[in-house]
Each structure stands twice: as structure tokens, then as C-alpha cells.
Design a protein around this ligand. Sequence first.
Ligand code: PLP
Length: 337
Amino acid sequence: MIYLNSNQNPLGPSPNAMAAIKAALSECHHYPDSQASELKNKLAERHSVLPEQVLIGAGSTELISTIARSLLGRGGTAITSELSFVVYSTAARAAGGQLVQVPMRQHGFDLEALAAAANGSTQITFLANPNNPTGTVFDARRADDFLARVPEHVTVIFDEAYYEYAEAFARERKLAYSHSLDYVRQRRNVIVLRTFSKVYGLAGLRIAYALGPPALLARFARVRSVYSISGPAQAAAVAALDDQVHVRETLANNRAGAKWLGEELSGLGFNPLPTWANFLYMETAGNGEMFAERLKGEGVAVRPLADWGAPKAIRVTIGTPEQNRALLAALRKILRQ
Ligand SMILES: Cc1ncc(COP(=O)(O)O)c(C=O)c1O
């Protein structure tokens, strides 16, 4: 099976990370460092913030749940866009709160509508930038305007799981993509989420981080489970940060794959949305779930999006050139049938 359904890195992890994982395994009779201090300090230095402005978590999904549990009391409200990351709604509901979804504009976040929807009873806004599953972004100026308009008591979450991909596309397309770290340095009521699951290829190890105001992060740390980030995960993340060659190879593969797949899929009549991440969103002529089943029958797993509110759509991760060719061959076969 070729897995193009979870936006993983098709090149796998960095060889440096693999070596660090193997070395860390011989220490696995010890509990991990509950503060993940080495990684925290390294990230603080890299992003020019204080270590107290960094919190490591077992994946962004754990951090999202922790944020929802800390900030949404029973009946609390979070807002986001329609057709955004499904975990926002499960996390809000599991925390005893609710999620309000504002209609999209051009397959992306309608920040003006979102700012207008935020009121006295809103605690959180979840902004996925790039958005999963549509792959769209809003630029830094629109985010600045949004922050100026949203009430100050609302904690704004910039979920930048695909940051490195978006930043690379933005350089090429000459767009100012994100000022999120400036907001953190200015101590705004903002949390930035970044993960090691995507460009760093460590999805199976579960490790990510939040950047934000020290008092808020300390509050999250109190409700997080203590040893959820394993020693191998911490070691792998530290090593992965140092291997920027692997990051560059990943981004180059993604850039070439996005272009090739985008053109080929358009040639087959699918018209995928232009992507800012490592996946493509497209509508099928009929039922996305059935379409994904047929692709699975041909050995290619993609993500149907009915559960996310888009019954015709599928999301396809950009793979290696071989995987992309296999996807195209499977699609051609299905269309012929
Ligand atoms: C927007 C977004 N946020 C967070 C995540 C979850 O990442 P993690 O593996 O760090 O939990 C994903 C993964 O698909 C995502 O698309």
C-alpha cells in the first residue's frame, strides 16, 4: 500500500534522527526528561524566545487537547473555520466545550467573519495556516489585521503544522506568509503550534511544540501528562533540527511533486487547489469515499473528506516521484473503468 493519506514525509526521517533514536533506546529504562529541556532550549534559541515561551508536547494533537481542556470550561466556546482540522472539534467537545465553525471564503479562512464571530463568550480561535485539508494560507498582513480586531481575552492559536512547506512556497511566490513568532515575542495572547510530524518525518514518535506567553504555557503544563514525550522522541527531534539538508531535500521533493501532480491531475480534469503544504485537495465528480475505496483497491491510500464536511472531496499527500506516478496510474485506471 502507498500511504498518501496522512501528510507524512515520504522521505522518512533524517538519518541523524534515526541514529539518535537508536542511541536513545539503550537509555529507555530511564524515565524521559519531563521538561524536554535540551529540545526546549534549542528551540528557544532558534526562535529567539525564552525557554519559558516553549512547551513541548506529544504531537500538536496533544497540545490542542491540552489547550482546549485548560481554556474551555464546561460550555466554553472555540471558533474556527468550516472545513478545517477535525481535531479542533473533537478536542473542544472532549473538553466539555463547543466549536463554532464560520463559513469559508475561497476554500480558506474568512478572517473578517471569524473576527466578527468572536465575542465575550469566546475563549479560543483555532487558525490552521496552511489549512488542512484545503492547503490554503492567509498572509501575514491579514493575520495582523485579525489580531487587531479580535477581543484581547481570546487566545488565538496559529496552528503551523506545515510551516516549513508554506515558508518555502511563500519565498518562491513572494508572499509574506507569517508573523507568528513576532506575536510570541510581543507577548500577545497567541499560541503558535509547530510539529516534528511533517517536514521532519517523525509522525510516529509524537513530538511537537507550542510557543506562547509563559503564564499560559505553565497553565497548560499543569494539565499535560508528565512523561508523554519519550526519550527517543526528544533525541530524534534535537537531531532532526540540526539536519537542514534533509529538510531541504524534503522541500525540494515536495515542490517538484506539487508542480507535477498539480499539472497531471488538472490534465485528468480534477483541478486541485494550489497548495501551500505537502498535500492537494480536490473534488471528485461523485462520492469521495467511494473514490478513495477504489484507489485503495489499486494500492493507494488517500483521505476522503466526508467526515470533515466535504463529501465529494479527497486529500492526497505529495509523495516521492514513484508514489506520485503510482497514484496517477491508479487514477487513470479508475477513470477508464
Ligand atoms: C493542521 C494540523 N495541525 C496539527 C496536526 C497534527 O500534528 P501532530 O502529528 O503533531 O499531532 C496536523 C496533522 O495532520 C494538521 O494537519
